[in-house]
Design a protein around this ligand. Sequence first.
Ligand code: ADP
Ligand code: MG
Length: 689
Amino acid sequence: MKLELSTPVTAISPVGVTTASRLKRLGIETVADLIFYFPFRWEDFSAIAPIADLEPKQHVTVQGTIQLIANRRSPVKRKNLTEAVVEDDSGTIKVIWFNQPYITQTLVPGDRVYLSGRVDFDRYTLQLINPVYEKVKKDTTHTARIVPIYPLTNNLTQKQLRFLIKQALVAVSQVKEFLPDAIRTEHELIGLAEALSQLHFPDTQAALDQALYRLKFNEFFLFQLQVLLSRSELRTSVAVPITFHEQETRQLVAGLPFVLTGDQKKAAWKIIADLQQPRPMNRLLEGDVGSGKTIVAALAMYNVALAGSQSVLMAPTEILAAQHYQTIYKLFQPLGITTALLTRSQKLCGMESVSKAALVARIAAGEVAVIVGTHAVIQDGVQFKQLGLGVVDEQHRFGVTQRKALRSQSGDAATTPHLLSMTATPIPRSLALALYGDLDVSILAEKPKDRKPIITKLVAESGRPAAYQFIKDQITNGRQVFVVCPLIDPSDKLGVRSVTVEYEKLKQSVFPEYTIDLLHGKLPAEKKEAVMADFLAGKSHILVSTSVIEVGVDVPNATVMMIEGAERFGLAQLHQFRGRVGRAAYQSYCFLCSEHLGERTQTRLQALVDSQDGFALAELDLTLRGPGMVYGSQQSGWPQFKLAQLSDHQLMVKTKQAAELLLADGSTLRDHPVLQEHVDRLLKELHPE
Ligand code: ADP
Ligand code: MG
């Protein structure tokens, strides 16, 4: 049968129903999906060593003939053993496989095999334990070559997946090249199909490097193209200019219970200047936790309201939306500006509970000036009378679909609302410039003056009792405590098991006298909200959580953040956790617990003890652990970069130039249909409707 890219995996023998459903869980349904399922590392088993030359701990391939092979049951370990003796011209070696008795049906004495694995030393002699085996042939898949290792779960094996991908690669020539020749020549890039096949089964290390370079180039290049396209789209869009009400703005600022920092003033000033333009603003406001982004956004919304337009502020969770609403309502109510909260569970106009229908009607009639809500609710059918400004909190940028949705809801099809994204993820400026070519960036680096630094301590196992006692004292004084647990077992994807174990331990044996609650990603949304709401209301003393509490929630009464397995988190992320406490006047504390306080871990974590600066910590993290770890896709929202690393500044700049060149003199992708297809597909993957 001829395989097409769209051929379902079930058409490849021997994929049955079970394997197909396991593959599906990895997102693999077609031949193309197999080809685009990338290895995350490779093992170099290309060197074939004579048996006589083997040394302990080497990773090698041996080529030999099976002399003996038999199964037996090990009385001690109650395991099935398969033992073999393999010979080459130079000598013989013993081979053992555990619990794979079926091997004796595949391999029989006289077979010539490759065995790849680690050489072990067993008291008297060298042996190979659980090596990968393959009969000798010209084109090997699992041995005697650079072997791909794939990210796997769900009972699939490397062998299975390699076997399937190798078959799928028969169709790789059907993957259409999308880079124009000029760019390929200029940047010395190999063809796409060749890069894909070398990525999976490289002939040499050099070929693998070339393949990686080409595919990383793809990722950044497509991203840069998308950025440029969206920038040029914005440049040709029209926005309603918002008049600056300087007098009123100054009065509002003067009435605040605090003085704005210099950075806050600068950012607000920039934003207000943007709003006065007849072009839509597209700005990112970056600022560490607690740097005071909300008030900056509020000043913008105030001017929009005074100009007779509406604003919407979107938060990632209901709790966060409700918290923002408290702030916004208190600020705007005395000024006679009507506000509303719209989430799944709460609809408020002012402080009055209203039906969804009534609220939607008031928004459409323009009776509400400032609407606070979650993304989902806002995208679900609300029509504005005249939307002037959209603000998203805790997000790097407005997504393309969000932008489209807002525009279609704005009440005026001819104009695009001004957009402001806010994030606490500290992205160093150099990186931000490359990543956010379509955005203007404002950074709040300065902290409000009255902030007490959070006292941060490393806690080794021996220090645990004292830490628990400290927590008891805090709770006795009326404060509350967060305990964050890492994901320990990789198969426990959401960390549910680890966090549950910790929760039980604290509840049963450490703090039986307190109310403890549990929060993790597997809980239904309503349950999550309820747990957070209880904690916020002071109904529970301790909240044990996975990293889901990372984003934005403000519990002013919480003063201790205890982080278990701190060595498993990046500095930037630890800093985000720490930002959950110290949100009020109480002195707050962060305990970094680690059972494995080795020297390197200690040095790394010590940085948190010494610094409260999120940007500095992010830079340091970047140098210490590499960008893959720091900005791992799941952590910070760049799922499109599977191979490329954000810190690869050079490649970022190169691809940016290539994209600019391609779109120079206002040309579009119309002349490059295949490229257009890829950009469209990328957009769909990133922002599924
Ligand atoms: P974030 O940037 O993390 O979203 P918020 O906007 O929630 O920070 O602000 C955190 C707290 O700091 C709020 O209670 C806010 O009222 C307060 N705040 C904001 N700006 C200042 C300032 N210049 N001085 C003192 N407190 C401030
Ligand atoms: Mg915030």
